[in-house]
Design a protein around this ligand. Structure first.
Ligand SMILES: NC(=O)c1ccc[n+]([C@@H]2O[C@H](COP(=O)([O-])OP(=O)(O)OC[C@H]3O[C@@H](n4cnc5c(N)ncnc54)[C@H](OP(=O)(O)O)[C@@H]3O)[C@@H](O)[C@H]2O)c1
Length: 287
């Protein structure tokens, strides 16, 4: 078997096209969706991510406001800026680019964002709503994974999904999304992590295997069974090249579907961020 490539670039483009009429509709009602991005420090990767988010806003007709702050910014100054943005009616989404410099308390800062402007979906209020199956904003990367599966008509219901990674931004929320008794969900989930004994025993049981470990090429052909769907969330820089958590070459002949890196899950994250920003603006009209 040679796996079908899941083209995240193409799907993310489709999603952005679908958002355009919604943005136009808002603009006709004098409501331009607005996204504020806060970048603290000069981490080169973060700068690229923020630039890509700005470009996505421009292309879609979404107002984007960037706050580039020095790495010495104090916790109080940052909290004040978030207060300002929480109260700014032109801003519907607030995103603090991670990681933050060490002296800043990441939790305290993320928890300070108004949950109704939390388009990253990281606030405990939004994670709690997700857990009880009544979400407002879904975290962008997990939502991107679910959309990719849906749009490639890959059944999730009744399937065994194995997720490698339990972070609060990918593994855990994704598990919560896919376990719901809902459309594009209803799966049985196994979550693996560094405390998992005999990883292969779990990954070999997967109908859908999602790698979100941040460990380059750790998922090799021996860890999977024939016909599995493989989603690679990992983005790792190895000798100036971007590689995923999946050893593509040893997996591609055994899997039925596979996402490449780059061009798989990566582009979906920004598309879902745009979707959350548009949704947030729409919510101000409809309550
Ligand atoms: N495509 C995108 O847009 C996007 C978005 C976000 C993240 N990412 C990428 O996705 C990857 C994961 O990101 P993250 O933020 O979730 O990472 P993270 O916070 O570092 O979490 C990694 C998780 O994987 C587990 N893990 C690491 N190595 C493992 C191993 N050898 N065996 C089993 N479990 C292992 C860790 O277990 P413990 O909990 O036991 O430490 C942890 O739960 C990274 O490469 C990141 O760059 C991509």
């Amino acid at each position: 078997m040679k796996a079908t490539l899941i083209d995240g670039k193409k799907v993310s483009q489709e999603i952005r096209e679908e958002l355009k009429p919604r943005v136009q509709n808002l603009i006709q009602q004098d409501l331009k969706p607005g996204l504020a991005v806060i970048l603290v420090g000069d981490d080169p990767a973060s700068q690229v991510y923020v630039r890509n988010k700005e470009k996505a806003c421009e292309k879609l007709g979404v107002y984007s406001l960037k706050h580039q702050l020095p790495s010495t910014t104090s916790q109080n100054d940052l909290l004040h800026l978030i207060d300002e943005l929480n109260n700014n009616p032109a801003i519907h989404g607030i995103l603090v680019q991670l990681p933050l410099p060490k002296h800043l308390d990441e939790k305290k800062i993320l928890y300070h964002i108004n949950p109704l402007k939390d388009v990253d979906g990281f606030h405990p209020y939004n994670l709690g709503r997700l857990m009880i199956g009544d979400p407002i904003f879904l975290p962008c990367t997990p939502w991107g994974v679910q959309e990719l599966l849906s749009r490639y008509q890959i059944d999730i219901s009744r399937k065994h999904v194995v997720i490698v990674g339990r972070s609060n931004i990918v593994g855990k929320p994704l598990s919560m999304m896919l376990v719901q008794k809902a459309k594009a969900a209803n799966a049985t989930i196994t979550i693996c992590h560094t405390g998992t004994e005999n990883l292969a025993q779990h990954t070999q049981m997967a109908d859908i295997l999602i790698a979100a470990a941040g460990s380059p090429k750790m998922i090799t052909g021996e860890l999977i069974r024939e016909g599995v769907v493989v989603i690679d969330v990992g983005i790792n820089k190895v000798e100036d090249k971007l590689v995923g958590d999946v050893d593509f070459d040893s997996v591609v002949d055994k899997a039925s579907f596979i996402t490449p890196v780059p061009g798989g899950v990566g582009p979906m994250t920004i598309a879902m961020l745009m979707a959350n920003t548009v949704k947030s603006a729409e919510r101000t009209l409809h309550g």
